[in-house]
Design a protein around this ligand. Structure first.
Ligand SMILES: CC(C)(COP(=O)(O)OP(=O)(O)OC[C@H]1O[C@@H](n2cnc3c(N)ncnc32)[C@H](O)[C@@H]1OP(=O)(O)O)[C@@H](O)C(=O)NCCC(=O)NCCS
Length: 184
């Protein structure tokens, strides 16, 4: 063994990258078992293609997609982390953490100040600086009425509209402020 190989850092078990259209099938495979358990909402393929630029994926060195997550911008200061999923066999290996940190950085880069998520994984998101949302008091009434014009389910979930409640039962609405990052 040479000194170089002895000191070479171990290859990372996975890397993150922007999603490509060819990843839609893998994203659907990650979402399917979670949708069956009503943890995530399954969407038609066309919805994933339309949103592909919002998605980031985690990939093993041999090209297997083992995690995904998306950042959906809703307003000037507001975005949502959605469709965050890690493959069962890869849970508790840091895939979710890496995706959330990347999506939060991208939220900051795009100019957003707070990031919403709707989840059963309250402890996980709390450890990433998210807080449980008490109510809608933080939403300016004018912005609220503008957001009401959206057809996006995530916006309806953020506004806690009655029409999405059957799908969101048991989930917790959480918010992460990016003030700290804005000062960086
Ligand atoms: C939420 C989710 C994406 C997390 O994925 P994950 O890859 O398991 O996440 P991580 O490995 O980064 O962190 C999970 C836990 O493993 C721990 N962990 C991370 N690396 C570890 C390691 N090498 N050894 C032991 N534990 C480890 C973390 O501390 C973390 O603990 P916590 O949840 O108590 O904070 C995953 O549970 C999931 O797919 N859930 C279903 C979908 C969902 O609810 N999505 C959120 C709403 S969009």
């Amino acid at each position: 063994m040479t000194a170089e190989t002895a000191t070479a850092p171990p290859a990372p078990p996975f890397t993150l990258r922007r999603a490509r259209t060819g990843d839609v099938a893998a994203i659907k495979r990650l979402v399917a078992p979670l949708a069956e358990r009503r943890i995530l909402i399954s969407k038609e393929s066309v919805a994933y293609y339309e949103a592909i630029q919002e998605f980031r994926v985690a990939e093993t060195p041999d090209g297997e997609v083992i995690g995904c997550g998306a950042l959906h911008v809703m307003w000037e200061d507001l975005a949502e982390i959605r469709t965050l999923a890690a493959a069962d066999a890869w849970r508790r290996h840091g895939v979710g953490h890496a995706l959330v940190e990347l999506l939060l950085k991208e939220a900051h880069d795009v100019g957003v100040q707070r990031v919403f998520c709707l989840t059963f994984e309250v402890g996980f998101f709390e450890r990433h600086g998210f807080e449980v949302m008490a109510d809608q008091s933080g939403v300016d009434p004018e912005v609220y009425s503008e957001l009401l014009r959206s057809h996006d389910e995530g916006v309806a979930e953020f506004l806690d509209l009655a029409r999405v409640k059957p799908n969101t039962l048991g989930n917790t609405r959480m918010i992460r402020w990016l003030h700290g990052r804005a000062r960086e």
